[in-house]
Ligand binder design. Structure first.
Ligand code: ADP
Ligand code: 5GP
Length: 205
């Protein structure tokens, strides 16, 4: 197999409840070349969420201190809480030669696009508003007020889909997972990502 020069950054965004955490978990479980970066957040853990696996949960003051110290490659306030991607965690994953999957909101994705123009961005959509509401209700982790806020934000977030390289409609989960795998597979085969030095040393000297 042709060697690649460095890891690829995949950014995935979606309105809350569209299913991106589910999709990312499916992909991360089967794709051994991919790692998810665990974000920091000031929000409270949901039932079943584990510290340093789902998020690293910190207080608002600690988060703001980290942000002021430049510890995040991007960060944003989303639905009233703070979320950020650790510069060190991202660097460590890429340095080990893995591809990275960042599950972040549209503001964070815009910051990453600027910092890593070679990254690949994917927007996940629910099949309809009704399905989105049902998925948020089904997850059962949000208060009524928080859920209404997430639904309202969803419409605003969806307007940004054209800024992304790819769009996946998460209707039937298996189809959405296949779509995501296809995107990742083809992006890895891009000529620009192939290690030119490896080809030169093997064939042209
Ligand atoms: P997000 O991370 O985008 O906020 P989640 O991955 O937490 O969303 O999904 C929200 C809810 O919808 C969860 O209960 C999840 O199990 C469910 N879900 C996700 N994708 C699908 C799908 N394709 N079909 C049915 N339910 C889904
Ligand atoms: P939730 O509270 O449902 O886990 O996540 C809410 C939103 O925060 C989602 O859109 C999710 O993608 C986003 N998010 C999670 N981690 C990060 C992060 O590190 N940075 C940014 N900008 N958004 C994040």
């Amino acid at each position: 197999m042709t060697k690649r020069s460095k890891g690829t950054l995949f950014v995935i965004s979606a309105p809350s409840g569209a299913g991106k955490t589910t999709l990312c978990r499916h992909i991360a479980a089967v794709d051994k070349r991919l790692r998810e970066s665990v974000s920091y957040t000031s929000r409270q853990p949901r039932k079943g969420e584990r510290n340093n696996r789902d998020y690293t949960f910190v207080g608002t003051d600690e988060f703001r201190k980290m942000a002021a110290g430049g510890e995040f490659v991007e960060w944003a306030e989303v639905h009233g809480n703070l979320y950020g991607t650790s510069r060190k965690r991202l660097k460590d994953i890429l340095a080990k030669g893995f591809d990275v999957l960042l599950d972040i909101d549209i503001q964070g994705a815009a910051q990453i696009r600027k910092a890593f123009p070679a990254g690949v961005s994917i927007f996940v959509m629910p099949p309809s508003r009704g399905v989105l509401r049902r998925r948020l209700e089904g997850r059962g982790a949000n208060t009524k007020a928080d859920m209404e806020r997430r639904l309202k934000n969803a419409v605003r977030e969806m307007k940004n889909y054209k800024k992304y390289d790819y769009v996946i409609v998460n209707d039937v989960l298996n189809d959405a997972v296949s779509g995501l795998r296809a995107i990742i597979a083809s992006e890895r085969l891009r000529t620009a990502r192939v290690d030119g030095a490896w080809i030169r040393d093997n064939f042209f000297c």
